[in-house]
Design a binder for this molecule. Structure first.
Ligand code: DAH
Length: 357
């Protein structure tokens, strides 16, 4: 019995994991284990023998079982120790600097524009980039054969034969969000809509995908004066200048009447843009009073409400503000370019922070 005991106690101590421990348990005290078989032999013994061997076997079984339980706990503790050691992490180590990403100028400028207009009480609205030709054109008073459709270099979505859903386009401007928002919220409206737009065009200042921000205000007694004030406030905040001068040049857009293109007084000094001074004028956006047909398409009564709208190129004003010469580089994903022109993600643009870096 002493031999049996020594054999299993040392086997238990040597078991390296739970599986090994379990096979020791089966070999000793399992149904066909050595200790169990010995217990079955008790029946063949004389009552005297049984009286000494019985309790001794029971004690052995108990000793083996508790040794197994103790070993099991020890193995679990060791496993936990090992995990704690392997998963240990020093949260006070400095963050890794290399491989740090930057905010793309388009994201940065979108944030800046949003911060400025949010301060004037504008909400941000969104619409789909793949839209119906109704929202992109018809609802904006650009009927099928209007020359503006041809001028836009529109990407039309492929339609399978027999597909009778309305034709879809990659939106050519953010203006369709005007109508979508009016439908959704009714008057009054005070929104901007930043987002990607698409046209089949490619050169130093044009890429097939670019970004615009639309503005729309609809209310009672809205006039061009409100438009002018809002745009002046925007330009001053965006370019971080005390003074800015805008020139409203009569123009034509189907969705506004009257329409104006807006130029900003500026000067160029060795390629450096200066806003608010000088003898140059730079076009920065299109705008006007929302056409009554557009209000009606959005479900708003043009007899009761008026509105102004504007549309501005985000990439374009990003190039102007940050002196970026070629639009195409915006979308090349060249890491050197992104590191040079990118913004740190933790520098959130705020009005009180002056917006610039
Ligand atoms: N949607 C026009 C474009 O992409 C820009 C524009 C002009 C938007 C006048 C407007 C606006 O809201 O009133 O060229």
């Amino acid at each position: 019995m002493q031999e049996l005991r020594d054999k299993y106690i040392s086997a238990i101590a040597e078991a390296e994991d739970e599986a090994a421990l379990e096979s020791v348990r089966l070999a000793a005290v399992g149904k066909k284990g050595e200790v169990s078989l010995k217990m079955r032999e008790l029946g063949k013994m004389t009552p005297e023998e049984r009286q000494t061997v019985g309790p001794a076997l029971n004690a052995l079984k108990e000793e083996v079982n508790s040794a197994i339980a103790a070993r099991k706990t020890a193995l679990a503790d060791a496993a936990l120790e090992e995990r704690l050691r392997a998963e240990w992490l020093d949260v006070t180590l400095p963050a890794r600097r290399r491989g740090q990403g930057t905010l793309h100028p388009v994201s940065q400028v979108t944030e800046e524009v949003t911060a400025i207009f949010a301060d004037m009480g504008f909400a941000v609205a969104e619409g789909p980039r793949v839209d119906t030709d109704w929202y992109n054109f018809d609802a904006l008073n650009i009927p099928s054969h209007h020359p503006a459709r041809a001028e836009m270099d529109t990407f039309y979505m492929h339609r399978a034969e027999g597909d009778n859903r309305p034709p879809h386009v990659l939106r050519t401007h953010t203006s369709p969000v005007q109508v979508r928002t009016m439908e959704k919220t009714g008057a009054p409206v005070r929104i901007i809509c930043p987002g990607g737009v698409y046209r089949a065009d490619y050169d130093q200042t044009h890429t097939p995908m670019f970004h615009q921000v639309e503005g729309l205000v609809v209310d009672k007694d809205i006039s061009m004066a409100h438009l002018k004030w809002v745009l002046e406030e925007f330009v001053k905040a965006f370019f971080n200048v005390e003074h800015a001068e805008l020139r409203f040049r009569a123009s034509h857009f189907p969705f506004t009447e009257p329409s104006a293109e807006v130029d900003l007084r500026c000067s160029w000094d060795k390629g450096q843009l200066k806003v608010g001074e000088g003898d140059d004028w730079m076009e920065i956006l299109g705008s006007g009073m929302v056409h009554p047909k557009v209000l009606a398409a959005g479900g708003i009564d043009p007899e009761a409400y008026q509105g102004f709208a504007f549309g501005m190129g985000i990439d374009r004003i990003a190039m102007l503000k940050y002196g970026i010469p070629d639009l195409r580089a915006f979308f090349d994903s060249d890491l050197r370019w992104l590191r040079h022109y990118g913004f740190t993600a933790l520098d959130q643009p705020t009005l009180h922070g002056g917006l610039a870096r």
